[in-house]
Write a protein that binds this ligand. Structure first.
Ligand SMILES: Cc1cc2nc3c(=O)[nH]c(=O)nc-3n(C[C@H](O)[C@H](O)[C@H](O)COP(=O)(O)OP(=O)(O)OC[C@H]3O[C@@H](n4cnc5c(N)ncnc54)[C@H](O)[C@@H]3O)c2cc1C
Length: 462
C-alpha cells in the first residue's frame, strides 16, 4: 500500500505520522513544494521578534525525526496533476524535471495561501521594496532580509486579525514603530468589540498607532524626503483620506484555501471555495482524501464552514491518515477555539458569538463578567473579562470569549468552555465541573464558573 501525502505541513505530516503509527509497514511518501517539512508556521512571529533565536527551532520535528518515523520526504517537489482513474501523480522537482508517481491512496494537504486584497500597487511592489505577505517560511526569510539588510525604523501592518497583531508585537520588540490599519471598526474582529477594545488599548500602550475603520487603498514608493520609503493611502469610514509612510509594509488580511490541484482533478468545492470533504476526510474522488487549510471545516454548532487553524489541520490530517489505510474514523468537528497573545495580554474564543448563533438558529444571550484569575489576596492577581453566550431557550452553552493578562490562564479557561460546548453542556452545568483550586492559582469558583453563573442569573433566573 503506497500512500502519498501532498503537503509537508500540519495536515500532510499528521496524516503520514498516523499512517506509519498504525501500520509500520505502510509505504508513505510526503511531497512538499518547499524545503521545510513540519515547520510550525504559527511560530513565525516569535522568530521575527527574536524570541525564537533560529528558524530551525520552529521545526515541530527534524527531517531526521520524520524519516525515523518511516516516511519518505520529497522536498522542493510540486504536485502538478492528479490522474484519479490511473492513481498517478505528476510532480516536478526544483530543476523542472517531471516524474509520475503511482499511489494507492492520496491525501491532499496543500493548505492555504495569503489573500491579496485589491490594494493598488500591491502587485507591482514586493519584498525587495519592503512590501510583504506572510504565510510560509519563504515569506519569513524575505521579511527577515528586509529587517536585517534595510534596518527599517517603521512598519505599517495592514490587517489586525491575530497574525497582524502578533506581528505588531514582534516588530515592536525589534524596535520598529508600528502603525496597524484595520478596515473593520475594532481590532481582532474574531471577538466582540468589547474585548477587541482591550487589545486595542494594549497595542496603544506599547506605542502601536492603531487606525481602525480605515481601508487601505494604495501602496507606493514614498516621495524623496518622506519619513519612510513607502507611502500608504487609506480612507477612514467617513471617507476622510488617511496617509502614512513607513519603511516596510506587511499585508496580513487572511488566507484562502489552495485548491487548484484538487479542483483540476475534479474535486467538489464547498464553503469559501475549500475542498468539500465528508467527516472521514474523503473528497468524493476515489482514494483521494484531503485535510487542513485546503478543506471545508465541519463545525460542531454551525455544520460546514471554513475555519483554517493549525489545531484543526492536525486533527483532520490524523483522521485522513488513518482512513487512507482503510480506517473509518470521523473528524469530530471544530469549535473554532483559538487564543492569541499580544504584548502582555491574551484573548481567546470558542464556540459562537451572538451573530453566528442567530444564523445557526439559536436564541443567544451574551453576558459580560469580570473575575480574578486567582484569589486577589495572593500577589499578582489579574482581572479577566469574560463574555458567555448561551441559548435562552435550552440553556445550552454556545460560546465563551475572554481577555486578560497573558499569565491569567486565558488559554486554559477557554479550553474549559471548549470541552463543555463539545459535550453539549448547559451554561448552568458548568458550575458542576470539578475544577482545581489553590489561592495562588485560582478560586473555589473558577472565573469561568463565576461568568456562567452570572449568565444564568441574567438569562434563566429560575
Ligand atoms: C504567522 C501564522 C501564525 C499562525 N498561528 C496559529 C496559531 O497560533 N494557532 C493555530 O491554530 N493556527 C495558527 N496558524 C494557522 C496554521 O499555521 C495553519 O492552519 C496550518 O499551518 C495549516 O496547515 P496545512 O498543513 O493545512 O497547510 P499549510 O501550513 O498551508 O501547508 C501546506 C503545505 O502544502 C505544500 N504544498 C502546497 N501546494 C503544493 C503542491 N502543489 N505540491 C506539493 N506541496 C504543496 C506547502 O509547501 C506546505 O508544505 C498560523 C498561521 C500563520 C501563517
Amino acid at each position: 500500500m503506497h500512500l502519498i501525502m501532498i503537503g509537508g505541513s500540519d495536515a500532510g505530516i499528521s496524516a503520514a505520522l498516523r499512517a506509519r503509527e498504525l501500520d509500520p509497514a505502510a509505504d508513505v511518501t510526503v511531497i512538499l513544494a518547499d524545503a521545510y517539512p513540519n515547520f510550525s508556521i504559527c511560530g513565525i512571529p516569535y522568530y521575527v521578534s527574536g524570541e525564537v533565536t533560529h528558524w530551525r527551532n520552529l521545526a515541530h520535528r527534524t527531517t531526521a525525526d520524520l524519516e525515523a518515523a518511516g516516511m519518505r520526504l520529497r522536498p522542493d517537489t510540486t504536485a502538478r496533476r492528479i490522474d484519479v482513474p490511473g492513481r498517478k501523480l505528476l510532480v516536478t522537482s526544483a530543476d523542472g524535471g517531471e516524474e509520475v508517481i503511482g499511489y494507492d491512496r492520496l491525501v491532499i494537504g496543500t493548505g492555504a495561501v495569503p489573500v491579496r486584497p485589491p490594494i493598488a500597487g500591491l502587485d507591482e511592489l514586493g519584498p525587495d521594496d519592503g512590501v510583504h505577505l506572510l504565510h510560509s517560511m519563504g515569506d519569513t526569510f524575505a521579511v527577515m532580509r528586509t529587517l536585517e539588510e534595510d534596518a527599517p525604523a517603521s512598519a505599517i501592518i495592514v490587517g489586525a486579525g491575530y497574525i497582524g497583531l502578533e506581528m505588531a508585537d514582534a516588530l515592536t520588540i525589534r524596535g520598529l514603530h508600528v502603525t496597524q490599519i484595520e478596515q473593520l471598526p475594532e481590532v481582532l474582529p474574531t471577538v466582540d468589540p468589547q474585548l477587541g477594545a482591550l487589545v486595542h488599548a494594549e497595542l496603544a500602550g506599547h506605542g502601536v498607532e492603531v487606525l481602525t475603520g480605515t481601508a487601505v487603498q494604495a501602496i507606493s514608493p514614498a516621495p524623496p524626503g518622506a519619513a519612510g520609503r513607502l507611502a500608504v493611502q487609506a480612507a477612514a469610514a467617513d471617507g476622510t483620506p488617511v496617509a502614512r509612510t513607513a519603511d516596510m509594509v506587511l499585508v496580513v488580511v487572511g488566507v484562502r484555501p489552495d485548491t487548484e490541484l484538487a479542483a483540476d482533478a475534479g474535486a467538489s468545492l464547498g464553503a469559501r471555495g475549500a475542498i468539500a470533504v465528508d467527516r472521514m476526510m474523503r473528497t468524493g474522488l476515489p482514494d483521494v482524501f484531503a485535510a487542513g487549510d485546503c478543506v471545508i471545516t465541519h463545525h460542531r454548532l454551525l455544520g460546514q464552514t471554513y475555519l483554517p487553524l493549525g489545531t484543526t489541520a492536525h486533527k483532520q490530517g490524523r483522521v485522513a491518515g488513518e482512513n487512507a489505510l482503510g480506517g473509518t474514523r470521523q473528524f469530530a468537528g471544530s469549535l473554532g477555539t483559538q487564543v492569541v497573545k499580544i504584548f502582555g495580554q491574551a484573548a481567546a474564543r470558542t464556540g459562537l458569538r451572538d451573530r453566528e448563533a442567530i444564523a445557526a438558529g439559536f436564541d443567544p444571550v451574551t453576558t459580560e463578567t469580570q473575575a480574578d484569575d486567582h484569589k486577589a489576596y495572593y500577589p499578582g492577581s489579574h482581572r479577566i473579562t469574560l463574555r458567555v453566550t448561551g441559548d435562552r431557550a435550552t440553556g445550552r452553552l454556545l460560546g465563551l470569549q475572554l481577555s486578560g493578562h497573558k499569565d491569567a490562564e486565558i488559554a486554559k479557561r477557554v479550553d474549559i468552555a471548549a470541552a463543555a460546548i463539545f459535550h453539549g453542556m448547559t451554561v448552568d452545568a458548568v458550575s458542576d465541573l470539578d475544577l482545581s483550586y489553590t489561592p495562588p492559582l485560582g478560586s473555589p469558583w473558577d472565573a469561568v464558573q463565576l461568568a456562567t453563573q452570572a449568565w444564568v442569573r441574567h438569562a434563566r433566573p429560575h
